[in-house]
Write a protein that binds this ligand. Structure first.
Ligand code: HEC
Ligand code: HEC
Length: 203
């Protein structure tokens, strides 16, 4: 009874949001995003990217890339109801164009924070060499830590997420952008691991 009341109130809030106050709408959405991505968009999980502090244009294009087939893992809601499984493709399909832009603007304003995580110092050194010598630093300056590059933030992202997403570029599943894919396709799995250790080492 209490649960269904809550549901109705939530539904009403969404409805009102879509008619009048866009803010109530965005607040409820942000809460649902933070349940997986972490409070204020700072990830607390190895497989979940931090979305705070990344350039607005990237956040919006990354969200829209799910509509063009970017692979999305189906995961349990990290907090709360573990029977509920969701993935980014379904989530983005449920958003309007305006909501995508508003969410991108909201998270871009929040401060980015690198994850405190273990890393292999030897591999991180090899990864830095790859980053510097394979052309990555041309677009991902200062070790991939600069939001203004509009090429996302790589430094301090959770290692598990980085490794998964690098492998998706290597197999061509994530993007057909040549400039990004070409150097990564040429790399071995050990190289990708080294890159992930390097980005994880920046804390
Ligand atoms: C059920 C968990 C879950 C929820 C809820 C969720 N996400 Fe995600 N999100 C993920 C996972 C996992 C990834 C990593 C890639 C993948 O598997 O899709 C991701 C990736 C992303 C990315 C790409 C990040 C990058 O660096 O490429 C953005 C942007 C994003 N989510 C924004 C949002 C927003 C905004 C919301 C709320 C409307 C949201 N997410 C809700 C799980 C979730
Ligand atoms: C020509 C510019 C360019 C080069 C060179 C480049 N990148 Fe990127 N990279 C980008 C852009 C732009 C994005 C953002 C894509 C998006 O917004 O969907 C990106 C995204 C990424 C991401 C995904 C970040 C995330 O969380 O979504 C990773 C990982 C990455 N690059 C690694 C690399 C590595 C490693 C190299 C070198 C082998 C490299 N990039 C070379 C421009 C570049």
């Amino acid at each position: 009874m209490k649960g269904s009341m809550k549901c109705e109130i939530f539904g009403l809030a969404l409805l009102l949001g879509s008619i009048g106050s866009a803010h109530a709408d965005i607040d409820a959405l942000v809460k649902s995003c933070d349940a997986c991505h972490g409070e204020k968009g700072i990830s607390a999980h190895n497989d979940m990217p931090t979305i705070a502090g990344i350039a607005e244009s990237n956040l919006a294009s990354q969200m829209r890339s799910y509509l063009d087939g970017r692979p999305a893992k189906t995961v349990n809601h990290v907090t709360g109801d573990t029977s509920k499984k969701e993935n980014m493709t379904d989530i983005v399909k449920g958003l309007s164009d305006d909501q995508i832009d508003e969410l991108a603007a909201y998270y871009a304003e929040l401060p980015y924070k690198s994850m405190k995580q273990p890393f292999d110092a030897g591999l991180a050194k090899a990864g830095k060499k790859l980053h510097d010598e394979q052309g990555c630093k041309k677009c991902h300056t200062d070790g991939g830590s600069v939001a203004e590059d509009e090429a996302s933030i790589l430094s301090g992202q959770p290692k598990g997420y980085m490794l998964t997403t690098l492998k998706e570029f290597k197999t061509g599943k994530r993007s057909d952008d040549e400039s990004m894919n070409k150097p990564i396709i040429a790399m071995s799995d050990a190289d990708l691991q080294a890159l992930a250790e390097y980005y994880a080492s920046q804390q």
